[in-house]
Design a protein around this ligand. Structure first.
Ligand code: ACO
Length: 703
């Protein structure tokens, strides 16, 4: 067990709880918290109300200060006005309280940042973890602890729910009860001054009572830690996230392509993919999927069967399955023969298997048993449309009997369509461990989430090799720019840096005069591009600072002179450092590789279709650093550029492995130099497999 688990155990599974600010007035929150603790079933003799003005509240002995409690206190809930919180917090430290929940509002959320920071300082000095401030509290069904002002404890279950919105937390307790969904814990995180979602994911990752971790979040603060912890925990338990705030764009407008394409939600989306976090668009979806994960094993293979008594419902399910990438198994002949025993002659053994409106309890049970016993079948969706032929309860029994008789080794999900009886049967089946939904699509989507998560757990995570790079060389180039107070590096400087990191760039040299230019040209060969090197000129073509297609020494001299003349005329005050003589890269398929430093998640890598239409096409994918080898390949596969690179219309396959290497090297560069804000390699020419790439145009911007 790790440190965070040991620390948060006192918050979520304490043996004793003090309520500081336990009020005598029934309408006050401090009174309600005390009442809720009692009502929830937490041991009465381990609840200590603290109030200097009262002797007894709700029949419990009161203490003037937590320091006066003669027993150890694991957790204290603080419900006094903000101005008194630092004082009582200090008393908690002196008492040796292990964790506190600060319900009180009136801190960072109203601009009192310093006051909130002070709370954390007191808690940290006292080795005490702090939840809040500005929270509803904590509900833990394992210890029957309702240390919150939620009316009731949720039903007991194995889904943990972490919420950034307190009001939503309270509302959802009612909603989960209505839907008969059980939770292990409900934790409101409020201002997240100390304990945040990363800590809680880590705790629930270790918690033996929690199978599924669900969250409602508006934002993540410790982005890199989130990726690291969530990625680790996801391998053991599914994390389902409802992340609100899609429309927000917190990333400042940045001039490079990468920057302008990066929005904060894009970054979240990318990180969730990397961390295996399943993103739910709505609460019903979040709990639909959580229930499926909580009740079912993961499928061992890809073959899905749809069993129905209604053709239409079967078709709807099939459409959704195809959309979600599920594989509907073609029924082998021997299996079809067995299934025919359980349907009329006009039934269908095509998948979806249609038992027809005549389907009986026996047919449902028989066919499901045959399917579950067949090793080629890996998961089954059972659909039932209420007909006059059977009652939902009978079909529910048939499913349960079949599942029980064959062992619960494969996921079986149901969908019952009809009136009240169907609704009730759905609830019963769900409670019995067969998640049942009111529409076939919801059942299929829930199953597809099991597959998605299964794929994540099976995914290899290969740490990139340690590339040989020339850090000193890159440092030297960056030092010059920093000393001159420049944020945008020249293309020549940018090329020097990426080259130092082993990224192939066209051969080039900086010439101070015509003779040097010719010498460089003769060394690297033709055709060439000559371009002005000046930190003051961002748009070289506009001042006549670029000449392309230079084929011989004579043309070099001519181009050199023309560029100098043009620039002297159009940008007379520019600081000219020379002229870059660069080999023209042979054109090929173009991609963009970039890096943008996100304020929350740090360096984000970008890959996409390159060239001048980048912003128009927006065929890009993002992932955060650290990037695994698989992340890089996945990024490429997500884009349309992938089809082009694989060999579109008879083209040979391009050097995808080299693109991956460049991406991993850029990730390393971004990690080594936090002062780099953006890197843009556009276009990168990608040649045939085995023949490499060339980053033709490079732009680096500093923070
Ligand atoms: N130690 C212990 N108790 C004390 C102390 C002390 N040092 N000093 C005073 N008290 C007692 C008071 O005497 C009072 O008890 P009494 O009513 O028996 O006299 C009790 O503590 C509470 O103090 P009050 O001053 O009456 O404070 P009140 O209950 O009005 O408000 C509260 C306190 C609830 C913490 C309020 O300041 C607050 O922050 N409310 C907002 C809470 C909230 O909404 N949190 C976010 C949830 S998230 C969401 O959006 C839903």
């Amino acid at each position: 067990m790790n440190d965070v688990y040991e620390q948060l155990k006192y918050l979520l599974r304490p043996s004793s709880v003090a309520v500081i600010g336990a009020s005598r007035e029934p309408h006050k929150i401090g009174h309600q918290v005390l009442k809720n603790l009692l009502k929830g079933g937490f041991p009465k003799n381990r609840i200590y109300p603290i109030n200097p003005h009262a002797e007894y509240i709700l029949g419990l002995k009161c203490y003037p200060s937590v320091k006066d409690v003669p027993y150890p206190v694991d957790m204290a809930v603080i419900v006094v006005p903000a101005r008194i919180v630092p004082k009582v917090l200090q008393e908690c430290v002196e008492k040796g309280v292990k964790a506190v929940t600060v319900i009180s509002s009136g801190f960072k959320e109203i601009g009192r940042v310093e006051e909130e920071r002070k709370l954390v300082e007191i808690a940290r000095k006292g080795d005490m973890r702090l939840l809040g401030p500005n929270v509803v509290g904590v509900c833990d069904t394992i210890k029957s602890m309702n240390a919150s002002f939620c009316q009731d404890l949720p039903y007991r279950g194995d889904i943990a729910f972490i919420t950034q919105s307190g009001a939503l937390g309270i509302a959802l307790v009612g909603w989960t009860k209505l839907k008969r969904i059980g939770l292990s814990d409900l934790v409101s995180i409020g201002n997240k001054a100390d304990i945040d979602e990363v800590d809680l994911i880590e705790f629930f990752g270790e918690d033996p009572y929690t199978k599924v971790i669900t969250l409602y979040l508006e934002g993540i603060t410790r982005g890199r830690e989130f990726l690291q912890i969530a990625r680790k925990v996801s391998k053991k338990k599914p994390i389902i996230m409802l992340k609100a705030g899609k429309a927000e764009r917190t990333v400042a407008a940045i001039k490079s392509h990468t920057g302008s394409l990066a929005g904060s939600d894009i970054a979240y989306e990318a990180v969730f993919k990397q961390a295996g976090v399943i993103r739910a668009p709505t609460f019903p979806d979040l709990f639909d999927w959580a229930i499926a994960f909580s009740s079912l094993p993961l499928p061992e293979g890809d073959n899905v069967i749809i069993l129905t008594n209604g053709g239409g419902a079967g078709v709807m399910a099939t459409d959704e399955a195809e959309l979600r990438g599920l594989k509907l198994m073609d029924i082998p002949e021997d299996l079809a023969e067995k299934l025919k025993e359980f349907m009329p002659p006009f039934g269908s053994v095509f998948n979806p298997i249609d038992l027809t409106g005549m389907a009986t309890k026996e047919w449902y049970r028989g066919s499901l048993e045959v399917l579950l016993a067949d090793p080629r079948v890996h998961s089954v969706v059972v659909i039932y449309c209420h007909t006059a032929q059977t009652e939902p309860r009978e079909i529910g029994d048939a499913i349960l009997e079949a599942v029980k008789s064959t062992g619960r080794e494969k996921p079986v999900i149901a969908s019952f369509i009809g009136g009240e009886e169907c609704y009730e049967e759905c609830e019963r089946l769900t409670a019995e461990g067969i998640p049942c939904y009111e529409s076939p699509e919801r059942a299929i989507v829930a199953l597809s989430m099991l597959y998605k998560y299964r794929d994540f757990t099976r995914r290899k995570e290969t740490v990139p090799p340690i590339f040989a790079v020339n850090i000193e060389k890159a440092q030297r180039v960056l030092k010059v720019a920093k000393e001159e107070g420049r944020k945008i590096l020249t293309p020549y400087e940018s090329a020097a840096i990426v080259k130092a990191y082993g990224i192939p760039v066209p051969e080039q040299g900086l010439a101070k005069n015509e003779e040097e230019a010719v010498k460089i040209a003769e060394r690297i060969g033709y055709p060439l591009v000559l371009s002005i090197e000046s930190p003051d000129i961002l748009h070289k073509t506009e001042v006549g600072g670029v000449k392309v297609g230079i084929e011989n020494a004579e043309e070099v001299v001519k181009a050199f002179r023309e560029i100098i003349n043009n620039v002297s005329e159009k940008a007379p005050h520019a600081d000219i450092r020379g002229i870059v003589v660069r080999k023209m890269a042979p054109p090929s398929r173009e991609v963009i590789i970039g890096m943008h430093r996100d304020p929350i998640f740090g360096p984000m890598l970008m890959f996409g279709s390159g060239g001048i239409l980048v912003e128009l096409i927006k065929d890009v994918s993002f992932r955060a650093v650290p990037l695994t080898v698989e992340d890089a390949y996945e990024m490429i596969k997500e884009t349309k550029a992938y089809s082009l690179l694989k060999g579109f219309r008879g083209m040979p396959e391009a050097d995808i492995d080299k693109i991956v290497e460049i991406m991993l090297r850029i990730a390393r560069l971004a990690n080594d130099f936090p002062e780099i804000a953006d890197i843009d390699l556009n276009p990168v020419f990608v040649y045939e497999k085995g023949k490499g790439c060339l980053a033709a145009d490079i732009k680096i911007v500093l923070q």
